[in-house]
Design a protein around this ligand. Structure first.
Ligand code: DGP
Length: 119
């Protein structure tokens, strides 16, 4: 059980921007861009390494939700970055898979965030 399961269960508050039967999206508590959302499956899958065939439809739904959310947030045309971190070298801190959606400014390249540079 991670903090994200508590957000899904409404046990702790979050600024939720999207919800359907399988997916929840909310604003990151520590934004790295003007728009920084986390898009998560309601089913808890710890890391990308745990994704199996049975999850393929669900993972697809994350991206369908991402497309809808980008349009709703007004960043679809300008563009945005979607990132999923895995384990320590990937900078993962919450072990419930999530897409980071970053936008509202040009994101630049390479895609290292400040907190990752320090690590
Ligand atoms: P990652 O490092 O890829 O595992 O990203 C985890 C993100 O989750 C990180 O950017 C901060 C965010 N986060 C952690 N705890 C909370 C929380 O309680 N609420 C919200 N909204 N975001 C959180």
């Amino acid at each position: 059980m991670t903090i994200f399961s508590k957000i899904i269960a409404r046990e702790i508050p979050a600024d939720i921007v999207y919800e359907d039967d399988h997916v929840l999206a909310f604003r990151d508590i520590n934004p790295q861009a003007p728009l920084h959302l986390l898009i998560i499956p309601k089913q808890e899958i710890p890391t990308i390494n745990d994704i199996e065939e049975q999850h393929e439809v669900l993972i697809g739904k994350l991206f369908t939700a991402a497309a809808r959310i980008a349009k709703a947030e007004g960043i679809a045309e300008d563009g945005y970055r979607v990132v999923m971190n895995c384990n320590q070298h990937g900078g993962q801190t919450v072990y419930h898979v999530h897409l980071h959606m970053l936008g509202g400014k040009p994101m630049g390249w390479p895609p290292y965030t400040e907190h990752m540079k320090q690590g």
